[in-house]
Design a protein around this ligand. Structure first.
Ligand SMILES: NC(=O)c1ccc[n+]([C@@H]2O[C@H](COP(=O)([O-])OP(=O)(O)OC[C@H]3O[C@@H](n4cnc5c(N)ncnc54)[C@H](OP(=O)(O)O)[C@@H]3O)[C@@H](O)[C@H]2O)c1
Length: 281
């Protein structure tokens, strides 16, 4: 049964995404990421997800490229059978459209495949993972051969994303790793504006221009790699070894990772950060 020490995580609603016939889902501010290096799910990950649910995490982030959708699906089914959550509606699940599926006729099959792996009837948020497409269908390898890259046709792919929301396969849609310019172009033709832009953001990579743009357009920023993706080939130690964060952590009797979360959710170091969601692994 659910533990008595469950933490309640505050929620945000993206502005501008609710209409008279669609209510945008609330997004828990702190999410649990499932991208590991090397990629792939495991029993350890399943146990970690179950433990996270016991602690109060309700927001989980996956993607076909991470190869963790099945593992998350198993953990959700187990959390339900153990009574850690009352219903699937208690969770906020994000998955993504990988670049090999970023072609208008591959979007619907891709989200259906995601739902099958997650054992769910709907997800809460579906994101275009990267603003590029890969030629070859079924190419989930990472890293990929750069000769495979082609331009993503945003207008037709976004229309297919909108269709996923209209069909009820996802409660909301958004993008990831988009610049202001790409977002601006997308907004011109979008009937449903993106609810979220999931991007790398942390105290040493604050992305002021993008934050201001998204704030103005009502697009919620979802921050990934808040600890600088320490331990991955593309990550950095600059957050975890940041002297200012270490000083604050020591003064408050917290770890650097805890301090980063607190600083990111307040305005001490980074203005306007209160309006973003943080994705931790
Ligand atoms: N949309 C995208 O393109 C995209 C890209 C990247 C990530 N994401 C999402 O965002 C999530 C988080 O990003 P991330 O994994 O790159 O970044 P992160 O949270 O910045 O870094 C994760 C690493 O930080 C360390 N860590 C975690 N908790 C810690 C703690 N309490 N104290 C000390 N170290 C700690 C761990 O490293 P050690 O294991 O070495 O200790 C862990 O592997 C991913 O799982 C994924 O869901 C999305």
């Amino acid at each position: 049964m659910a533990s008595n020490n469950v933490i309640s995580i505050p929620e945000l609603v993206p502005r501008g995404t609710s209409t008279h016939d669609h209510v945008a889902p609330k997004i828990p501010c702190l999410g649990f990421g499932t991208a590991t290096y090397p990629l792939g799910g495991s029993d350890t990950m399943k146990e970690s997800i179950l433990h996270a649910i016991e602690l109060g995490y309700r927001h989980f982030d996956t993607a076909p490229m991470y190869q963790t959708e099945e593992c998350l699906g198993e953990a959700i089914a187990e959390a339900l059978s153990l009574g850690l959550i009352r219903s699937r509606h208690d969770l906020f699940i994000t998955s993504k459209l990988w670049s090999c599926d970023a072609h208008k006729d591959r979007v619907l099959p891709a989200i259906k495949n995601t739902l099958k792996k997650l054992r769910l009837e709907y997800i809460d948020l579906y994101l275009i993972h990267w603003p590029v497409a890969l030629k070859q269908p079924g190419n989930y390898d990472f890293p990929f051969d750069k000769n495979e890259l082609v331009a993503l046709d945003f207008s037709s792919v976004w229309e297919a994303m909108e269709e996923c929301q209209k069909l009820g396969l996802t409660k909301s849609i958004g993008v990831s790793n988009l610049s202001c310019k790409k977002l601006e172009n997308l907004l011109v033709g979008a009937k449903i504006p993106p609810a979220v832009n999931q991007v790398e953001m942390n105290p040493v990579w604050q992305q002021k221009k993008l934050r201001e743009f998204c704030e103005e357009k009502g697009i919620l920023i979802m921050a990934y790699s808040p600890l600088g993706a320490k331990g991955t080939p593309w990550g950095t130690d600059r957050v975890m070894e940041c002297e200012v964060l270490k000083e604050i952590a020591s003064a408050k009797g917290k770890s650097v990772a805890q301090t980063e979360q607190i600083e990111s959710q307040n305005t001490h170091n980074i203005d306007h950060m209160i309006d973003k969601v943080i994705m931790l692994s």
